[in-house]
Every structure is written in C-alpha cells, then in structure tokens.
Write a protein that binds this ligand. Structure first.
Ligand SMILES: [Zn+2]
Length: 144
C-alpha cells in the first residue's frame, strides 16, 4: 500500500473495521507519518470454478485480481477502480451459486474491463477468451 502523499510504500494499519463487506483501514505512512483511509475487500467468496476441461478449483480472488492488474498495466486505471471491479464481479459470482464455469468468470471480467478501458479489455479477452483464430480477434476489435 503506497502513501498517497509521498509515495513511500511502507505503511502501517492504525485502525480497522468492516463496513458492508469491505474492510476499511486507516493507515499511517512510516515515512511522512500522514494518515489516509483505504478500503479493502473482505475474504474470498466460497465458490468452485469449473474449468473447460472439467477440473474444479476454489475461486481465488488474488488470481482474479492479478488477471485484471496485468490487463490494466500502464493504463489509466486506478487501484480503486480495480477494487471496485472485483467487488462488482464477486457480487455477480455470488448470485451464480456454489459452482461457476470459468468462462462465466471470464465474461464478467471482460464486461467490467470493457466499461473501464478498451485496451485492458482487449488484452484480457485475447488471453482468456481463447480466440480460435485471428478473425475472431478482429471481430472483437471492430465491436469496440
Ligand atoms: Zn508518506
């Protein structure tokens, strides 16, 4: 967590409370000692993801976040926006029940990215949607 004032990346949590499924934290920068609030998502949702080959694995919020962060690399997308996207995606996933196909997770992520940044969307889609050939990819680009 970076200090929004001096960009130093060591901070400590001075207060923590849970509000509406989010952990609100008050942090203090170890360098300039200014304080700021952060909001973090609570623990992962209890969900099994069914992969295309039928394998099942536990839903992993970090993995979801990693995919989004990689897609948004060097794009004007803030950490806050990314956290909000994850919250929206998780809300949708909760409604899917105990098990969800990995393609569904991918389509939810694509949808959120599309709203935020076209380049991030295309990056994500090209990795996760398994474009069968270049024509598919071109079609996606034209829909933007
Ligand atoms: Zn600082």
């Amino acid at each position: 967590m970076r200090c929004p004032y001096c960009k130093h990346d060591e901070t400590k949590v001075v207060d923590k409370r849970d509000v509406e499924g989010k952990a609100k934290r008050r942090r203090e920068c170890l360098k300039c000692e200014k304080r700021f609030n952060t909001q973090e998502l609570l623990e992962e949702i209890d969900l099994t993801v069914v992969k295309k080959d039928g394998r099942r694995e536990d839903f992993d919020q970090d993995k979801l976040k990693r995919g989004i962060v990689i897609a948004c690399q060097k794009r004007p997308v803030s950490t806050e926006t990314i956290e909000r996207m994850i919250a929206t995606i998780q809300d949708k996933l909760r409604k899917e029940g105990k098990e969800v196909q990995s393609q569904i997770v991918g389509s939810f992520v694509s949808k959120e990215l599309k709203k935020v940044d076209d380049v991030a969307y295309i990056r994500f889609a090209s990795v996760y949607k398994d474009f069968s050939d270049a024509a598919d990819f071109k079609r996606e680009l034209q829909q933007l």
